[in-house]
Design a protein around this ligand. Sequence first.
Ligand SMILES: *Cc1c(COP(=O)(O)O)cnc(C)c1O
Length: 387
Amino acid sequence: MIEQLKAELAEREQAGLKRKRRLLQSPQSAHLVADERRLVSFASNDYLGLANHPDLISALQQATAEAGVGSGASHLITGHHQLHHIAEQSLASFVGLPATLLFSNGYMANMGVVATLLGRNDAIFADKLNHASLNDAAVLARAEVNRYAHQDLAQLEKMLAASNASRKLVIVDAVFSMDGDIAPVPELIALCEKYDAYLLLDDAHGFGVLGSQGRGILSHFNAASPRIIYMATLGKAAGVAGAFVAGDETIIQYLIQSAKTYIYTTASPPALAAALVAAVDVMKKEVGRHQHLRDLIAYFKQNLSLKRWQLMPSCTAIQPIVLGSNEAVLGLSDYLLDRDILVPAIRPPTVPKNTARLRVSLSASHSFDDVKSLIHHLQQAEKALLA
Ligand SMILES: *Cc1c(COP(=O)(O)O)cnc(C)c1O
């Protein structure tokens, strides 16, 4: 086996697909230190700049002093701390849904929901560009999987109409993580109502960013339906770690009884839950953060002028520039790095073949000068690299 793995690793390197881990030597931030270098980073999901916010730090410190570090058990034994309960209530009221359940992370939340609610006689309908965790969740559920072309609702409707599965679940990224575009939630709800399906919305990149005070995709569309199962991660805009599932009370009660990724794992440290409550409070209080992020997104889209490379149609904090080839995108990422700007080159299998891209992600912790400098260097790079 080791010999085979070695050969595969060498192949990857040859194809420009080898991944490297940078050593971060500062807090996550728009201005960070990585591998001993000071960089301006457009490479995190810390969209609101909360990962290093003083209110979250002090909430975590205080809660650690009072509640200790480890939870010591799973939620159903003795790991369910009052701080978890308070965080669940705070998140439910923030997103306007009847009940919520905290998970240790988004990957486990998606596996928990899909594999608990669906089984062999059921069917999943999934956008082809969904996050890996939703794809794995579908495999774990052993349900029939129907994948439709990205955002192709006509194809989705055909699949729904043709299905006579017992339970049907449409699963989508609310904001697509490598494209930045948004799922058309009102149309998806209408299809689910028409064909008696449920809708799992993975709002990993919308929670904290979209909607009033960052309440997420449902607030963005002013959408509501008892058919929605909402999932958001808490390590991105919320700046902490974890995830929650929200929706109908019965669904949440059922997950508590049956979701294996909830039951058979140690509860996350209670102090993280206290930091989450602080994150929600900051989102409500410091609405200027959302406005600043929106202003930066608009500024970037209006002022970046490229001749051959193209921005994708995204109005979110994720602003990818598609180049196509792995070598080209690595060249661009290196060009920027030489100028102390960190933007990741995203390659297959994270994105489909021949769609390698630079994934620019903007954050409320960027200044206009940061974005101006990025625009300048991207335009210079296009001249230099395509010359
Ligand atoms: C990051 C992400 C996840 C996984 O969440 P974690 O809490 O990081 O495990 C799930 N879905 C999407 C769309 C994501 O971007």
